[in-house]
Design a protein around this ligand. Structure first.
Ligand code: NDP
Length: 259
């Protein structure tokens, strides 16, 4: 094990207020790292997350920042660097949205919003983290949150699938370009993860996804923590450009006719 002693680092998480992002922000704090996170709505959630992170004995910053707007991303990184007096060591590109429509009915505005948030947001935050990591000269780790849509076509999720497929390829390009700076870029692709959002979208979410998942359950945000911390940490020091499927096997299984 390389991680007997954990060095205190600065971890940035986009879209930290809710769901997977919130659990990841708390997990980095529990691992002894300072945490900065971005959010767009619900300042009360941001305030309570800062308090929960700081209760773990590390420092926290939550800043409103739309990941798809360059000026806001620059301001987020500037504020984090000012508060923590260091460049980021870890970035998790977690912020993401979904809209649902068949291709022929998909609105341009939905397409733009999803691509801007999920794909452009990943680009803008990675570019900014990468610039600062390179300037600091101490390497870094970036983990992008993908989805089964990285490799499969899901019904009524054309824009989301295009954005996550883009993240799959962006991860590889960024890993290749940033590798010689000691910056690793990987992707974690969750399967069906139960949370407020997914249950609101489908009340029978747990039952329907458990039935088709080889491990016969849905995941929780806690299932994402270990894989993200692994890819962000020294135990993955020689791992870059990879996607780790954290999905109970659901997207490994072939769509096979019943016998
Ligand atoms: P949530 O909706 O709970 O979390 C998404 C977060 O992203 C919210 O906190 C939201 O902030 C934030 N966000 C949205 N738009 C922006 C923006 N423009 N700028 C900054 N933050 C923004 O969903 P999940 O936790 O489920 O999703 C997290 C990630 O995991 C996403 O990338 C999603 O695609 C991925 N994923 C989730 C799966 C699941 O089953 N849950 C499966 C596969 C992938 P706010 O609340 O302030 O609007």
């Amino acid at each position: 094990m390389r991680e007997g002693i954990v060095m205190r680092k600065l971890a940035l998480v986009t879209g930290g207020n809710t769901g997977i992002g919130r659990v990841l922000a708390l997990a980095f704090a529990k691992a002894g790292h300072d945490v900065a996170f971005s959010w767009v709505s619900r300042p009360d959630m941001a305030e309570s997350l800062v308090a929960e992170i700081e209760a773990r004995g590390v420092s926290a910053m939550g800043l409103p920042c739309d990941v798809g707007v360059e000026a806001e991303v620059l301001a987020f990184f500037d504020a984090a660097e000012r508060q923590f007096e260091r460049a980021p060591d870890i970035l998790v590109n977690n912020a993401g949205i979904q809209t649902w429509a068949p291709l022929l009915d998909l609105d341009e505005s939905d397409w733009d919003a999803v691509i801007r948030t999920n794909l452009k947001g990943t680009f803008l935050n990675t570019r900014e983290a990468g610039r600062r990591m390179v300037a600091a000269g101490k390497g870094g780790a970036i983990v992008n949150i993908g989805s089964g849509c990285n490799k499969l076509a899901f019904p009524n999720l054309v824009d989301y699938t295009a954005s996550k497929g883009g993240i799959e390829q962006f991860t590889k390009s960024a890993a290749v370009e940033l590798g010689h700076h000691g910056i690793r870029v990987n992707c974690v692709a969750p399967g069906a993860i139960i949370n407020e959002r997914t249950v609101a979208e489908a009340p029978d979410y747990a039952a329907s996804w458990s039935a088709i998942t080889p491990l016969r359950r849905v995941g929780t945000a806690d299932d994402i923590v270990g894989p993200v911390l692994f890819l962000a940490g020294e135990n993955a020091a020689f791992v870059t450009g990879q996607t780790l499927w954290v999905d109970g096997g659901v997207f490994t299984q072939a769509n096979w006719p019943q016998r």
